[in-house]
Design a protein around this ligand. Structure first.
Ligand code: HEC
Length: 174
């Protein structure tokens, strides 16, 4: 890479960073708090994906800790972050959060159920748990507690990731 090209690339990178900062710039109070909680969940989710992709045996303590981060920020705690009247810029929350609250709450509860199922069994060796075959990750509406208790870590994590995406598709702009 020639020098000028490198400078341009560095500048573009810098701009990209500024873009991210600006997107959340000005968020205060509860909107900032819920964004921060989402970012924390994002980090925990990415770490879990790396762990389950690597396969068992897992570091049970670390899996439980990461699942705990997701559990803490989902369910009712997630809902508490979205009081009515907080959907204005710079928030990316869609009006559907409040007009279709039940669906929003169901996704928040689903994430917590999955995270708790993972945390509870994190110390186990998940090798023994077998998903029904062939197991459709996409297209399953909501997983109940019994099913969650029978799923291997890899599938629980895939479902969690699906839940993040499903909620964002319906309730977050972009
Ligand atoms: C119940 C719905 C719901 C679930 C489940 C959910 N999110 Fe979100 N998420 C939202 C909404 C709504 C916003 C927009 C919030 C705002 O801008 O006010 C958001 C925003 C975000 C953001 C952007 C935060 C920022 O700084 O602007 C990230 C990152 C994110 N979510 C990650 C995740 C991850 C990872 C998961 C799953 C582990 C997840 N979310 C689960 C609804 C959800």
């Amino acid at each position: 890479m020639t020098l000028p090209t490198r400078a341009v690339a560095a500048f573009a990178l810098m701009l990209a960073g500024v873009g991210i900062a600006l997107a959340h710039g000005g968020a205060t109070g509860i909107v900032k708090e819920r964004m921060d909680a989402m970012v924390e969940m994002d980090r925990a989710m990415k770490a879990l994906v790396v762990i389950v992709r690597a396969g068992p045996p897992f570091d049970g303590g670390e899996v439980a800790r990461l699942a705990g981060v997701l559990s803490d920020h989902s369910g009712d705690d997630l809902l508490d972050g979205f009081p009515e009247g907080t959907g204005h810029a710079p928030s990316e929350a869609l009006p559907a959060v409040w007009s279709a609250w039940d669906g929003f709450a169901a996704q928040a509860a689903q994430l917590q159920l999955l995270a708790d199922a993972l945390a509870e069994r994190a110390e186990d060796d998940f090798n023994g748990a077998t998903a029904p075959e062939p197991y459709p990750i996409a297209g399953i509406d909501l997983v109940d507690g019994d099913l969650a208790a029978s799923l291997p870590a890899r599938i629980l994590v895939a479902h969690m990731s699906e839940t993040c995406s499903a909620c964002h598709a319906d309730y977050r702009a972009r």
